[in-house]
Write a protein that binds this ligand. Structure first.
Ligand SMILES: Cc1cc2nc3c(=O)[nH]c(=O)nc-3n(C[C@H](O)[C@H](O)[C@H](O)COP(=O)(O)OP(=O)(O)OC[C@H]3O[C@@H](n4cnc5c(N)ncnc54)[C@H](O)[C@@H]3O)c2cc1C
Ligand code: SF4
Length: 513
């Protein structure tokens, strides 16, 4: 065989140093990483998200070079950067006479199709390799649920526990129960001090300067001298270690809690490290389970099970859902919602204290934890009837961990019920009562969480009942919400009228709430 000259593409979320590609340096192989407008511009991103991705990619390229690999790195401002994957790969093949092209399977449908289409145009052989990251194959979930109307996370999760022998006593779950959610629904009560956060001081000044100079359209805040997110494996492992020590012992108890006192509480903040593949999901699970095994008397089982469920269950499940429902999922809109996303999602300027907090910290840190995303921003968008395409655009842009394979099923399916209930058995909506129970936001809010109508009525209340009334045809047969229709039907007519009138007023004035 004539001398091989192989070009291998590494995408920004494929920074897996443990991948078999990198076991031994090979002179015949050159790796390429690229900062491109194609990726900065497909949606408006939070500035921290773009900066963190570029910083992690740069560090990864340096690391590969240090390990003896040949690396080409294209920066956003480089004159020879064609700003698209196809453009850069074609250019490199032509200029450097590569005889073969290889890439790692992308997690996003958009890139998967792009690379398949592009490869068909190549005159040289090509190959797509596995990323060696996930614990399931792309299409396994679809096969697991073949013939089923609903894709129940719980059955998938139990199967994963058995398959990977995680927290199992032979074929029974450790502790005798699969699920401890009932114990894991506490509001924050100051009983356990909130751990001091491990933040990194990554200097991304150069990157931010280029982003600004090149007029990449971003939003949100950043301190370029102290970008807090992990950008290499050492930092990612340190973050995981700090979480296991300080956050995990109370993770389950407070995983649904929200408070003005902290923007992350006991959450791990490892989603960026996981989604860029700096961390492997099994190493995260093992770190947590081993800590529990070592300190069984100190870490209760509900804390650890709650955490394992997120990674072994929800994360893999969402990925499977994505591949099972794409490309249709991108346009699903079960309720035909078409209201515009209120501007305060982009500015944080609203009088609703829960939204102000959840959005405010998202703009400040590119982060909100799961319940803030689901039960505050997502809940409100669904109650207000916002077009799921606009909701998606916001979630895909704002969070440090937002990559479509995980953002879309969480937003469209779980949060907005736009799939009509394949994923969630009922819409995740609530009135102010839930937010009042799970947070301290209502205490200082201009609105009154108890009121359904009247000057200070909390918008969540009337919009909640209005939602049920508007979507009666679609929802009343759902056994999980049938009870709410009975409650509504028993309410006296004057109360119903006043509630619906209040909702109509609020929907008209949505942008001013
Ligand atoms: C509307 C909406 C949009 C979301 N968009 C994203 C997204 O773009 N990217 C993303 O990674 N997560 C997303 N999530 C899931 C979840 O909110 C984040 O993974 C989590 O908040 C990340 O913070 P953490 O690392 O502190 O998580 P922890 O609460 O400490 O959990 C640990 C890990 O479990 C995994 N996990 C937990 N819940 C989920 C879930 N529902 N789906 C997938 N993984 C999960 C994450 O990898 C997370 O890092 C979304 C949730 C909702 C409701
Ligand atoms: S009163 Fe309503 S708007 Fe205000 S914080 Fe509570 S739930 Fe949110």
């Amino acid at each position: 065989m004539p001398d091989q000259n192989i070009l291998r593409l590494i995408l920004g979320d494929q920074l897996n140093e443990k991948h078999s590609w990198f076991k031994t340096p090979d002179k015949k192989v050159t790796y390429v990483l690229m900062e491109i407008r194609q990726e900065t511009d497909y949606v408006k991103h939070h500035i921290q998200k773009v900066a963190a991705f570029f910083a992690a990619m740069r560090t990864f390229a340096d690391r590969l070079a240090e390990l003896g690999h040949r690396v080409i790195y294209l920066r956003l401002g480089d004159a020879n950067n064609q700003q698209t994957i196809d453009g850069n790969i074609s250019d490199l093949i032509r200029k450097k006479k590569f005889t073969r092209f290889e890439y790692l399977l992308p997690d996003e449908y958009r890139l998967d199709i792009q690379l398949q289409d592009f490869c068909r145009t190549l005159a040289i052989p090509y190959l797509a390799a596995d990323t060696e990251h996930f614990l399931t194959e792309r299409h396994e979930l679809k096969e697991f649920f073949a013939g089923k109307k609903r894709f129940l996370m719980e059955s998938f999760y139990r199967w994963m526990r058995k398959r990977y022998n995680v927290m199992m006593d032979k074929d029974k779950p450790a502790g005798g129960q699969w699920n401890y959610d009932q114990k894991n629904r506490q509001a924050y009560d100051d009983e356990v001090p909130i751990p001091k956060a491990l933040f990194f001081d990554n200097n991304v000044t150069d990157i931010v300067k280029t982003i600004r100079k090149k007029k990449v359209n971003t939003f949100g805040q950043i301190d370029p001298e102290k970008m807090i997110w992990p950008i290499d494996r050492i930092q990612a492992q340190a973050l995981l270690k700090a979480f296991v020590k300080d956050g995990l012992p109370a993770f389950g108890t407070y995983q649904d809690a929200m408070t003005e006192k902290s923007w992350f509480l006991f959450h791990a903040r490892i989603s960026f490290a996981l989604n860029t593949k700096l961390l492997h999901p099994m190493e995260v699970i093992e770190a947590a389970v081993n800590a529990w095994l070592r300190k069984k008397s100190k870490i209760e089982i509900q804390q650890i099970e709650g955490f394992v469920r997120q990674i072994l269950g929800w994360r893999e499940y969402m990925r499977g859902i994505y591949w099972a429902l794409m490309p249709d999922m991108e346009s699903m809109n079960y309720f035909n919602h078409n209201t515009a996303l209120p501007d305060y999602y982009w500015t944080g300027q609203t009088q609703m204290n829960c939204l102000r907090n959840a959005i405010g910290q998202s703009l400040e840190h590119a982060y909100a934890h799961h319940i803030q995303r689901l039960m505050v921003t997502g809940n409100f968008a669904l109650l207000a009837g916002v077009d799921p395409a606009e909701v998606d655009e916001w979630y895909l842009g704002v969070y440090i961990d937002a990559i479509q394979w995980v953002e879309l099923p969480n937003t469209r399916a779980m949060s907005q019920f736009a799939d009509g209930g394949l994923v969630a058995t009922k819409p995740y909506i609530s009135s102010a009562k839930y937010i009042h129970t799970m947070s301290d936001y209502c205490k200082t809010c201009k609105y009154n969480w108890k009121q359904r109508h009247g000057d200070a009525a909390c918008p969540f209340n009337s919009l909640y009942w209005d939602f049920f009334a508007r979507h009666r045809k679609r929802l009343q047969k759902n056994p999980r919400v049938a009870m709410m229709y009975r409650v509504w039907d028993r309410m006296d007519t004057a109360e119903q009228k006043a509630t619906l009138k209040q909702a109509a007023d609020y929907r008209k004035n949505l942008i001013h709430l």
